[in-house]
Every structure is written in C-alpha cells, then in structure tokens.
Design a protein around this ligand. Structure first.
Ligand SMILES: Cc1cc2nc3c(=O)[nH]c(=O)nc-3n(C[C@H](O)[C@H](O)[C@H](O)COP(=O)(O)OP(=O)(O)OC[C@H]3O[C@@H](n4cnc5c(N)ncnc54)[C@H](O)[C@@H]3O)c2cc1C
Length: 404
C-alpha cells in the first residue's frame, strides 16, 4: 500500500534523535528535549498507531502515589506530583494551558498479617524521612477513619493523601505533543522495524516502508514491544505484555466519593472515580498475554472480584458494573521497574521501557532525566543510574517492594 506522504513520511533523512513509540513516555522525552535550550537538533517521533488504542497509556488508571519502598521511586513521584500541580509553569507559562485535575484521595495499603504490616511500617519510615506524611493505622483507627470498611481480618494499614490520588494525564500528554510539534518535533505514523548497529553505536534505522534514516541517537519507548530491538546476547530487555483488567462500577449506597485507592491484601485495588468506582486486577493466571488479546474475563469479576469488594466494603454488595477494559502492562519480568538510560555498549541507544504499573506517573521524571542524559551525557537533576540496563547484565534487581 502506498503511504500517504504527510502522515507517514519523515521530512528529512537524518535526525538528531529518533524516538520509537509516541505514547506517554516517548512524547515526554520529545517534549523535554525540544524545550531544553541546550538542545539543538531535529527530533522525529515514530508511532505506529497514533490513536494509541492498544497502548498502555490509553488503558491506564491515572493514579499516582508516593508510597513506594525505594527512595528513588519516591523521589521520582515527588517530582511528578510537583510537575502535575505546576504544569502551566513547567510549560513556559503558556496561557492556553489549563490546571491539571489532581484528586488527592490518597492510597490505603491494608495488611492482614504482621509481615505485611511490618513492611508498611518500614516503608513509612523511609517515606516520612522524605517528607511524605504516611501514617500507620491499627485496626480500630482504620475503622474510625474509614467507617465503610470491614476491618475484621485486618491488623492495620498505611495511608497518605499528600500528593497521592489520580490525575488527568490526557491533558498533559496532549499539551506535550502539541507544544513539541509547535517547536518543530515531527510526529509520524510509521513503525521502526530495524536498527543498524556499528561497532559501538546505531548508525541508522529502517521504517516499515523500507526507508532508512540516519540518526544521532535512538530512543526505544515502545512499551510492550521493548524487546523488538534486542540485538546482542548479553543484553535482553525482559519486557512482555501482561493483562490487567479495569472494572468501573457504581452503587446507590451512600458511600462518599473520595474512597482512597485501597490495596486489599488479596491483591486487587479499587478507588473512587468521580461518582463511580474503579477496580484494577490481574487475571487469574498472570502470564504473558498475546499482543492482540484484550478480552475481558467477566466470570472473574462475578465470581472473585465482586465478592472481594463486597467483603471489604459491605456497601459494595449492591453495585452495577458500567464499564470494563483490559490493558497491557509493559511488564518487566526481572524486577517490575523502569529500564532507563543508554545501552552499555551502543552509546547512542537509549531505553525507556519496562514501567509495568507505574510508568504514567513517572513520565515527567523520565522525560526530564533521559533528555539530560542525551544532551549532557549525564543526569543533572535526579540520578536514574540505579534504573539503568546495566543492572540486567549484573543481575542486580532494583528493589521495590511496593508493586501494584
Ligand atoms: C490497566 C492499566 C492500568 C495502569 N494504571 C497506571 C496508573 O494508575 N498509574 C501509572 O503510573 N501507570 C499505570 N499504568 C502503566 C502506564 O499506563 C504505563 O507504564 C505507561 O502508559 C507506559 O507508557 P509508554 O509510552 O512507555 O508505553 P505505551 O503507552 O504502551 O506506548 C508504546 C507505544 O509504542 C508504539 N510502538 C511499539 N512498537 C513500535 C515501533 N516499532 N515503532 C513505532 N511505534 C511503536 C505503540 O504503538 C505504543 O503506542 C497502567 C497500565 C495499564 C495497562
């Protein structure tokens, strides 16, 4: 099929930076690069489906938390929440830019045994030391604060609503893309199919129609397809699609509309979503999903998820399911955290992959950090070295115990 010139074809045959993947992460990187005064060059973002229909970005739950167990993940979220709250000033005080909706309903982690509670206490200590005011609740104080909860099998929980909740990521994405395009970033509908490696760098990339482009740097922001460009035996990107369901429901019961994002000890999580509620969970067997499998398991909802919800909040006995979707995490099977930074051997090959369930909230920090690494060859603000691909070769996981 002959491709339509304007939509599919790059204008040039050489770019300073080519980014494969134009969803949240790829677009963040493009924006932070082009808006940096020290960057001088042309950027091309190649996205195979600009509707983003099957991307993680368009199936996300939009939540952000500070309650991580790893200092770096907390620092990343601190920057991201600040960025969301001050979006307009970060976007050059452009008068067209609105306030970003950020509902700070908080996250509530529940514990039904001492081991889980001790982990929450350990995390709380670290969070408090970084000025995140997470509090630990025992069974009684849980009930006092959240009277709609059934606390029978619980021994406690941790709660924080300082800069935790959910936000309007769509508006952020749209403005990154719009302003990046205004500053000259090219966004095309196409696919990067090949990279050509020299002794220590990528020389060129190939697009789906066979055209070749010279590049200064290449960024892999392809979500679940991250391993497409694995070329060496010593570095494999351990990312695969894993299904996650989202169920939206409503209830006639008089329960308030700021139920925090509750992480139940069973592993499912749920929260208010305006006048509705949102519940997220993994399939019964959490294996690699086929790239095109977005079917929804309604039996799981009926037989497992709803009973868990109704057990935790008795008002959820009477609910009506109003919407549901399946999405894919770009699941990092090694340690479920982002893989960020340059390839240890091919110096102009950058990764921004494997974000699993927390890439949306990390996108401002990742965009900023990777743009610094590309421009200055080092991190200037947050040092994301612990998330670099070297850890895969050294077999040293990035330890994050609070994975959702
Ligand atoms: C159900 C669900 C709920 C989630 N909830 C949250 C949450 O509450 N908070 C949070 O922080 N995160 C959440 N996440 C995770 C978050 O959505 C992702 O980490 C984030 O959106 C990843 O963005 P991305 O740009 O890396 O990947 P994607 O959004 O998957 O985008 C990758 C893009 O690359 C394109 N592409 C692939 N290969 C090529 C190629 N060769 N050439 C060109 N283009 C290519 C694809 O078409 C795709 O559009 C959730 C994810 C899911 C699935």
């Amino acid at each position: 099929m002959k491709l339509n010139k304007t939509e599919y074809d790059p204008k040039l045959n050489s770019y300073e930076v080519v980014i494969a993947g134009g969803a949240m992460i790829g677009t963040a990187i493009a924006w932070f690069l082009i808006s940096n005064r020290d960057f001088n060059g042309k950027i091309l973002v190649v996205e195979k489906d600009p509707t983003l229909e099957f991307s993680s970005t368009s199936r996300t739950n939009n939540s952000i938390r500070q309650q991580f167990s790893n200092r770096l993940n907390i620092e990343i979220s601190k920057f991201s929440s600040n960025y969301i709250l001050n979006f307009k000033s970060y976007m050059e005080n452009d008068e067209r830019i609105p306030e970003i909706m950020f509902k700070k309903i908080g996250y509530l982690y529940l514990a039904d045994d001492i081991k889980k509670l001790n982990l929450l206490k350990q995390n709380q200590k670290l969070q408090n030391s970084l000025n995140i005011p997470t509090k630990i609740y025992d069974q009684n104080s849980l009930l006092e604060k959240f009277p709609y909860l059934n606390v029978k099998n619980l021994i406690g929980g941790s709660y924080n609503n300082y800069n935790e909740g959910y936000f309007d990521s769509n508006t952020i994405f749209n403005w990154w893309k719009k302003k990046a395009a205004e500053k000259g970033v090219e966004f095309i509908k196409n696919e990067v199919t090949e990279i050509a490696l020299d002794s220590n760098k990528i020389n060129a990339i190939t697009l789906k129609d066979g055209s070749k482009l010279k590049i200064g740097s290449f960024v892999n922001a392809t979500g679940t397809k991250a391993s497409t460009f694995d070329k060496t035996h010593f570095l494999r990107i351990p990312v695969e699609p894993r299904k996650r369901y989202t169920f939206i429901f409503k209830t006639e019961a008089k329960i308030n509309n700021s139920v925090p994002l509750i992480i139940d000890p069973t592993g499912i999580h749920f929260r208010s979503d305006g006048n509705y509620f949102l519940c997220g969970c993994a399939p019964e067997f959490d294996n690699t999903a086929a790239y095109d499998d977005f079917t929804i398991d309604y039996e799981l909802w009926e037989e497992k998820i709803w009973p868990i919800l109704a057990n935790r909040i008795p008002d959820f006995e009477r609910i009506k399911l109003v919407n549901a979707w399946a999405g894919h995490y770009a699941f990092n099977t090694f340690d479920q955290n982002g893989i960020i930074g340059p390839h240890p051997e091919f110096i102009n090959f950058y990764f921004a992959n494997g974000f699993s369930g927390h890439g949306l909230q990390q996108s401002p920090a990742v965009g900023r950090a990777l743009s610094e690494k590309i421009i200055y060859k080092k991190y200037r603000t947050l040092n994301l070295k612990p998330l670099s691909p070297e850890r895969l070769i050294e077999k040293k996981p990035f330890l994050e115990k609070a994975i959702i």
